[in-house]
Design a binder for this molecule. Sequence first.
Ligand code: TYM
Length: 331
Amino acid sequence: MGLSKSIMFSAIQPSGKLTLGNYIGTISHWMHIQDMYNCIYSIADLHAITVNQDKKLFQQNILDTLALYLASGVNPKKSIIFVQSEVQEHCQLNWILNCHTYFGELIRMTQFKQKSKINPNNINIGLFNYPILMAADILLYQSDTVLVGHDQIQHVELARKIAKRLNFLYGQVVTVPKIYIPNKNGSKIMALLNPIKKMSKSDSNLNNIIFLLDDHKCVVKKIARSITDSDNKIFYDTVNKPGISNLLNIYSSLTGTSISVLENMFVNTTYKNFKLLVTQSILDILLKLQEKFFYFKNKKDYLRDILDIGASLAKKEAQKTIQKLYNVLGL
Ligand code: TYM
């Protein structure tokens, strides 16, 4: 990696089909920052095994995630793309960080509490440990910046805390990463039928989610059914009009138009017509994305080569941090 640029890290779990929330919150920005930073984009498969996975489907999801990264414009000649489990140093650093993180810090994590409720029969230690593995992902590469959506802020804050703790104890051993939210309006896309909770790929009600691979008919249907309110006025108010505000966030993020401009544009628009415009803005993006996705999906050898090269480049950087920590710890 070139020395002059700072390091940007971002990752997604291949735990199912990716959503419009993942796209708007993170992937859609990845292409645009590739020349500004040394970007490292990971496929976080170890995080995904905190819930049971079907082996065949899981392997397919990993390759599909890569194909979506490429379809979104990530260039493997500019950025490192790799699968987390193919760089063992993540687990090595994870253990070291375990020994520098307190139980009380993890038990406060909102996502752990939420996921434990959703899956009460599988509250495994991996789920509890999850934010420390995330910290390992980030600190391993001496990342200056971490690009995430709103729901991951608490985890990156923990990574910052652990980094400061290590540096306090052992001198300057890791970079304390900054959090980067590229677009505040797109950092938390909400569920379509319940716009007070996040659109999430693990939601059991599929009508809450636009998947990046949804077809034309499906997108039309899901947006038409999305929950709004009854006063037929389009303006931004997340408390009283969460459904309309969510659709405004989606439209604003996909078209690059500010919310205030949209509020003026839609003063006399009915909800029905507004929904048709939102649908069109989504289809404009998704149909192009899907065309590229299917092009890459069929190039199995090319995909495998990208991951092999990515893992070896990532490993080279990762080993430097592990060596540094082994030295200061006396391992
Ligand atoms: P994951 O796979 O749940 O989500 C990937 C990224 O997408 C963002 N995101 C959203 N943004 C806007 N609206 C939404 N509805 C929405 N849903 C998801 C997430 O904030 C995230 O940035 N543990 C992480 C993956 C990870 C990671 C890391 C991220 C592993 N190691 C190190 C950053 C740094 C996760 O499960 O994200």
